[in-house]
Design a protein around this ligand. Structure first.
Ligand code: SAH
Length: 254
């Protein structure tokens, strides 16, 4: 079977964040699948067919892409950021595992990209400079109680926390409740970073504290980093502050 499928990370938005490997995979493809706005970021090339789909149709999109590859096409499935972080790579693996035997014979490659939390962190310093963990606040694929348990564990163990999918029209209260939950474990002065649309023309970054953090500041394009008890904000004359978590931790901090 000659079909091939590449699951490609486009990075957070700035074309300079697209890796050379990703650019190569995109131009070699004859068929592209992905969420519409992500596909719009890929320069048009003659002869490529494009199959945009809605954000919430990851499973169906993965199956359609695999069917196409099984017919012999050179298929690319795009994700924003990195495809392995709350994105298409796992959706493709799930479909290969549960789909027709023939799909297991396909060549499948995963092309990493710069994920949102790394792009946000790089804008302000090194908030993820010590141990950290990553959660999606979406309760579409897991129960809210599990998210709360993980927030408790992460904050209790002294991890910095990157929060993806903080809020959407269908999930309006989750971020506020998550911040409330974290306030049980962490001091009000803990630094919190809201990074919105990083790498895109409407990018904005703001630094606040856990006590002041307001869920209404976030939208679907926002990535939030909650620091630890050790995370520092370094004021600088005429420049934006540096937010960083020191490389060393002295004791169990929560
Ligand atoms: N695979 C993507 C994440 C998909 S989940 C990645 O690796 O970045 C979608 C969530 O990612 C959004 O709700 C937001 O929390 C975050 N995100 C994606 N792009 C972003 C950007 N440019 N700036 C800030 N956050 C972003």
């Amino acid at each position: 079977m000659s079909g091939r499928i590449a699951v490609v990370g486009l990075g957070p938005g700035d074309p300079r964040y697209l890796t050379p490997e990703a650019a190569e995979a995109l131009s070699a493809a004859d068929t592209l699948y992905g969420y519409g706005p992500y596909l719009d970021r890929v320069p048009l090339r003659n002869g490529q067919s494009r199959h945009p789909s809605d954000n919430r149709e990851e499973g169906a999109r993965a199956a359609a892409a695999l069917r196409h590859a099984a017919q012999g096409a050179n298929v690319v499935v795009v994700s924003g950021g990195d495809p392995g972080v709350f994105a298409m790579a796992a959706a493709i693996c799930e479909r290969i595992e549960s789909g027709p035997e023939a799909w297991r014979a396909l060549e499948v490659v995963f092309v990493p990209g710069i994920t949102a939390m790394l792009a946000v962190a790089a804008k302000i310093g090194a908030p993820l400079g010590h141990d950290f963990c990553v959660l999606s606040l979406s309760d579409n694929l897991k129960p809210w109680e599990l998210i709360e348990r993980r927030l408790d564990a992460a904050a209790g163990a002294g991890f910095a926390i990157a929060l993806y999918n903080p809020i959407s029209r269908a999930r309006p209260w989750q971020l506020g409740q998550a911040l409330e939950r974290l306030r049980r474990h962490l001091p009000g002065a803990t630094p919190v970073v809201f990074g919105r649309a990083v790498g895109r023309p409407d990018e904005s970054i703001s630094i606040t504290t856990l006590a002041e953090a307001d869920a209404a500041r976030a939208d679907m394009a926002t990535l939030i980093i909650v620091g630890t008890r050790e995370t520092r904000v370094v004021a600088r004359p005429g420049r934006s502050p540096l937010v960083y978590t020191p490389r060393a931790a002295a004791e169990v901090s929560a």
